[in-house]
Design a protein around this ligand. Structure first.
Ligand SMILES: Cc1ncc(C[n+]2csc(CCOP(=O)(O)OP(=O)(O)O)c2C)c(N)n1
Ligand code: SF4
Length: 249
């Protein structure tokens, strides 16, 4: 008899991802979908897609989905959750979307302790529009708008969003994870589950920052990109849980 060792979750549609080979957006989609499946909340969940490479997330998640303008996903999620409080609501946002144009939206959603969950994909560049510098681009990192490498005098310092949001009283769960190898993919799934559990338990704002690769705009092969992520991003963006419900009253 054939033993089933892997089954695609029904929370993802059959539409093939458009992501570049080796892009870890696909892994992160799968983790979010598996968590929603395992928590048994698929019929009750609404997702909000960003602009950026994940703009077509509404085609991939077998859920009720909204599309928000650049950076506005937290504002849209706030409206959905407040008008339909029994729904589980999440945003899926890149670093250009969340940490640049949408900085105000995410900071104030955390301040208000809105009861939704954010999946924040940090790949250190604007992927979709051709690899421009993002707020998360590392010092010295070459991008199309920092061809000599990011320079703090000209371009400022990279923003550590998880550390920033963890200072806010309204944030109940804040974690940074990575998906550069299988062990970390499993840890990332656990953190995503915790973030959804915070919402299921009626607590406030929860966010998981996921370090992700962009082999295309980093100019690396998929394997080189995972190695670059591990060696360069993790030292600046340390992994861990910055805030959890146990620390919140
Ligand atoms: C208001 C607004 N400003 C700018 C753009 C152009 N734009 C579309 S996607 C994008 C970059 C998104 O990058 P990121 O959020 O990091 O996601 P990634 O593509 O890397 O996954 C930009 C600047 C836009 N669509 N809307
Ligand atoms: S451009 Fe980068 S982030 Fe976008 S799909 Fe390709 S590898 Fe992924």
């Amino acid at each position: 008899m054939i033993k089933e060792v892997f089954k695609k979750t029904s929370v993802l549609t059959d539409k093939p991802f458009h992501y570049c080979p080796g892009c870890t957006h696909g892994i992160i989609h799968r983790l979010v979908a598996e968590v929603i499946d395992e928590l048994g909340i698929a019929d009750n969940t609404v997702g909000v897609a960003p602009v950026g490479c994940a703009v077509f997330a509404y085609d991939y998640f077998n859920l009720d989905m909204f599309e928000a303008a650049h950076g506005r996903a937290p504002a849209v999620a706030t409206g959905i959750k407040r008008s339909l409080p029994d729904r589980i609501v999440f945003t899926y946002q890149g670093d250009g979307d969340l940490a640049s144009i949408g900085t105000a939206e995410i900071v104030h959603a955390a301040a208000r302790s809105e009861k939704f969950t954010t999946i924040f994909v940090n790949n250190a560049v604007y992927g979709m529009t051709g690899g421009q510098m993002a707020p998360t681009t590392l010092l010295g990192q070459k991008t199309t708008t920092t061809p000599q490498g990011r320079n703090q005098e000209l371009n400022g310092f990279p923003i550590r969003m998880s550390e920033l949001l963890a200072t806010m009283d309204g944030a109940v769960y804040v974690a940074r994870v990575s998906v550069h190898n299988a062990i970390h993919v499993n840890k990332a799934k656990k953190a995503i589950k915790e973030a959804f559990m915070a919402q299921i338990n009626g607590l406030g704002f929860a966010i998981v920052e996921v370090l992700s690769s962009c082999p295309t705009n980093w100019g690396l092969s998929p394997n080189e990109a995972l190695k670059w992520l591990e060696e360069n991003m993790i030292p600046y963006y340390p992994l861990g849980v910055f805030k959890s419900p146990a620390e919140v009253d």
